[in-house]
Design a binder for this molecule. Structure first.
Ligand code: HEC
Length: 152
């Protein structure tokens, strides 16, 4: 009596687990980013910017001041990937780095304004910062994804 019941439960469990297994395979096929890769650095930047947005909404300038240095001095991708990126950029390396310099400058300005408790300047610097992210993305993001594909 109990044997068919158990096997039916097992069958149901397997069917229920299938979409999960397929989704996991999908994630692998899609090439989840390598730890420390540029993409992982970017995801962290995205999270930090969201945290800043939340802090600005709460007018929590102390929190903005704590978050800003992590954005200004975000980690670099591993040396191997960095070399590949620089090779791909060629003479564009300076322009690419320039956008990162704008991020650093704006994040520092945002941090300094936050330390002074100057909300207006925090928001101005935040806008500059977001513009710097956007500027690099507009120029390089799609070509980067296109060029490196699964190798990123
Ligand atoms: C110097 C160029 C550059 C700057 C500056 C830059 N990014 Fe990016 N970002 C990229 C590139 C290139 C990609 C595509 C990476 C990939 O998909 O592998 C990207 C992708 C992303 C992604 C998507 C990650 C994913 O999982 O697909 C997020 C989020 C992101 N950036 C956030 C930011 C934020 C926030 C800033 C500013 C604080 C910023 N980026 C500044 C070049 C830049």
């Amino acid at each position: 009596m109990s044997t068919p019941k158990v096997s039916m439960i097992a069958a149901i469990t397997m069917v229920a687990a299938l979409p999960v297994a397929l989704a996991t395979m999908d994630a692998h096929a899609a090439g989840k980013e390598v730890p420390g890769s540029l993409r992982a650095v970017m995801e962290q930047l995205g999270d930090d910017m969201q945290a800043v947005t939340g802090a600005i909404s709460n007018e929590d300038w102390a929190l903005v001041a704590r978050l800003a240095p992590g954005i200004a001095h975000h980690p670099e991708p591993p040396m191997m990937q960095k070399v590949r990126i620089l090779k791909w950029l060629g003479t564009d390396a300076g322009t690419f780095r320039g956008f990162d310099g704008r991020v650093e400058e704006a994040a520092n300005a945002m941090g300094e304004a936050a330390e002074r408790g100057d909300g207006t300047q925090v928001i101005r610097a935040f806008a500059d910062l977001q513009q710097a992210c956007l500027a690099c993305h507009q120029k390089y993001r799609a070509p980067f994804v296109e060029h490196f594909g699964e190798q990123r």
